[in-house]
Design a protein around this ligand. Structure first.
Ligand code: A2P
Length: 341
């Protein structure tokens, strides 16, 4: 089997670190591994399969110099905006975890369980975009239900972990909890989040847009439509909660026709990388603690609307760093190898 020269841009970040773990777990066919980050991290040691690699500084030429064939980008939108083209020009397929290219018409936006065939248009620009973390877990659940019943509209409220804001977000929650136990929480000065996140809930992720939705909310709307290839109505409220690393979502789905809960559950049970945990009598439903450090998207609390036979409510949880970012990127790369490599 062919092995590839693989670069990880943002190797020292929360998603970057998870990427190394997943590539190792799936025994990704790597010839040479190149961890890249800012000059601040140059020389930092990364261990992969019991071998040690030094982080190199990201430069425009590094992709050509190292003959990179697959480049994972997870260092923020402005870094992708500047450097992705150098990787693509050097002949690499770029799998970009930022929002920068997602809505560009000629860039495929891929969740392999939903729209794997879109990968073929990677040739347009050399770039495949990885969707927003909240979108990925939601479309994994919507796709089998859409195939079974035809979705008309989706209303979602998210409960998003601080890992979505990278390592700095996780550190801010931990340090504020330490402040709480030292009776100093009132003095804390939020840096990453707009307000205190410890013991609080913030209905604000990313910036507000002119329509009073946040950018995060509009990502869920636009990306869902692009991935499912249909102009399904979507409305989202995105909320940051003091959870370290798994996002939860309460989703209400309106279908074209009346639905059967049994058939919906079966469609979800049959879906790839989706696990149903739904036994109210035993208090069983997914929670962030269920999902953290796993590669599954969990669904529970599946129930029909009290008033309408064509409306279903459910609860969905997935590890934001893995399913919502690194795992999906690796699954895209595996599919790309299968189809194009
Ligand atoms: P560094 O550690 O050198 O700052 P997170 O999402 O956890 O905040 O991580 C962000 C990742 O993006 C880190 O690996 C970080 O590297 C990297 N990064 C940030 N700024 C740059 C830059 N200017 N050039 C290359 N990598 C960067």
């Amino acid at each position: 089997m062919k092995k590839y020269n693989v670069a990880i841009v943002g190797a020292t970040g929360a998603v970057g670190e998870e990427l190394f773990r997943i590539l190792e777990e799936v025994d990704f066919p790597i010839n040479n591994l190149i961890p890249l980050a800012s000059s601040r991290s140059a020389g930092v040691d990364i261990e992969y399969k019991n071998k040690h690699y030094k982080v190199l500084e990201l430069t425009e030429n590094i992709f050509e110099e190292k003959d990179i064939e697959i480049a994972f980008f997870s260092a923020g939108g402005s870094i992708s905006a500047h450097y992705a083209k150098f990787a693509a020009e050097a002949g690499a397929v770029v799998i970009d975890n930022t929002s920068h290219f997602r809505m560009e018409e000629n860039v495929p936006l891929v969740v392999p369980e939903c729209n794997p065939d879109d990968i073929t248009s990677w040739k347009n620009t050399g770039i495949i975009a990885n969707p927003n973390c909240s979108t990925i877990q939601m479309v994994q659940v919507l796709k089998p239900l859409d195939d079974a019943f035809g979705i008309k509209r989706v209303d979602v409220s998210t409960y998003q972990a601080v890992s979505g804001a990278g390592k700095a977000g996780m550190e801010e929650l931990v340090s504020q909890m330490q402040d709480f136990f030292a009776f100093k929480l009132a003095e804390c000065e939020p840096k990453v989040f707009q307000h205190q996140i410890a013991l609080n809930v913030i209905p604000h992720i990313d910036v507000f847009m002119e329509n009073d939705y946040t950018k995060e909310e509009m990502k869920m709307v636009n990306e869902t439509q692009k991935i499912l290839g249909r102009n399904i109505e979507v409305s989202a409220t995105c909320v940051r909660v003091p959870v370290i690393r798994s996002h939860s979502e309460s989703i209400t789905i309106h279908f074209e026709n009346d639905i059967s809960v049994e058939k919906a559950v079966q469609a979800l049970k049959d879906a790839q990388h989706v696990t149903v945990i739904d036994d109210p009598a035993k208090n069983e439903y997914p929670m962030p603690s269920t999902a953290s450090d796993t590669d599954e998207t969990y669904v529970g609390r599946i129930r029909k609307d009290i008033n309408r036979d064509n409306v279903l409510h459910l609860w969905c949880v997935a590890d934001q760093l893995r399913v919502g970012a690194a795992t999906n990127s690796v699954r895209i790369a595996q599919k790309w190898i299968e189809m194009e490599g």
